[in-house]
Design a protein around this ligand. Structure first.
Ligand code: ZN
Length: 212
């Protein structure tokens, strides 16, 4: 992966597969750059999702080694995973909450832009901007909602483990959370095979299964 920026001293890196994906999208969507712009903006919002995790980690003095962007999302490499449930669920939920908030704001902005576009001389460009914002709003809401699925090691799964760990030993909570995570991983793969338009779920499901 290649370092593209650094925020709060934490390197943000692009994985090689991500660069290949962006190049492919740019070539395939030419001469319309709508899809390219959509994915580019989406990944800026994915970085914001990861930075929300980082922000909470910094608050609790937990070191974040780096943030890496893959085609299926961002990963914050956190040095030590907190075994304190009250910290873990806050750390895990920050990302999805940021995505949901961004989604809501973009939805509001797209409404304003779309409603006011016809009364301006640049209505066509504003119309495109409005639908781009609406698509990005939808994707951010999906990103936030999807990450809340209690499939460890996804964000929702970490929140789930923290809830369990309040009631039992941390190792037992991890055991149950990873068990549920693996079931979700299998379910995602099966769903992706049955419904090929959701083929990305096969990749995500495999990541969740192996990660768990
Ligand atoms: Zn997250």
């Amino acid at each position: 992966s290649f370092k593209i920026a650094s925020i709060w001293g934490i390197p943000i890196e692009l994985h090689l597969t991500f660069i290949l994906l962006m190049s492919a999208v740019a070539i395939l969507s030419y001469p319309s750059f709508y899809l390219f712009a959509l994915i580019l903006f989406l990944f800026i919002f994915v970085v914001l999702h990861e930075l929300a995790h980082t922000f909470i980690a910094r608050h609790y003095k937990i070191r974040v080694r780096k943030i890496v962007l893959y085609p299926i999302g961002g990963v914050s490499e956190i040095e030590e995973i907190p075994e304190t449930p009250s910290i873990e669920w806050r750390l895990a939920i920050a990302g999805p909450l940021a995505s949901l908030l961004i989604g809501a704001v973009l939805f509001g902005l797209s409404l304003i832009v779309t409603i006011s576009a016809p009364r301006t001389p640049i209505s066509a460009s504003l119309g495109t901007a409005g639908s781009l914002m609406l698509d990005l709003a939808t994707l951010n809401l999906l990103l936030g909602g999807f990450n809340l699925i209690p499939a460890f090691p996804m964000d929702g799964g970490r929140v789930f483990r923290a809830i369990l760990a309040e009631r039992m030993k941390f190792t037992d909570a991890t055991k149950y959370a990873t068990y549920i995570g693996r079931l979700f991983g299998i379910a995602m793969v099966v769903f992706g095979i049955i419904f090929p338009s959701y083929f990305l779920l096969i990749v995500v499901g495999l990541f969740v299964y192996i990660g768990a």
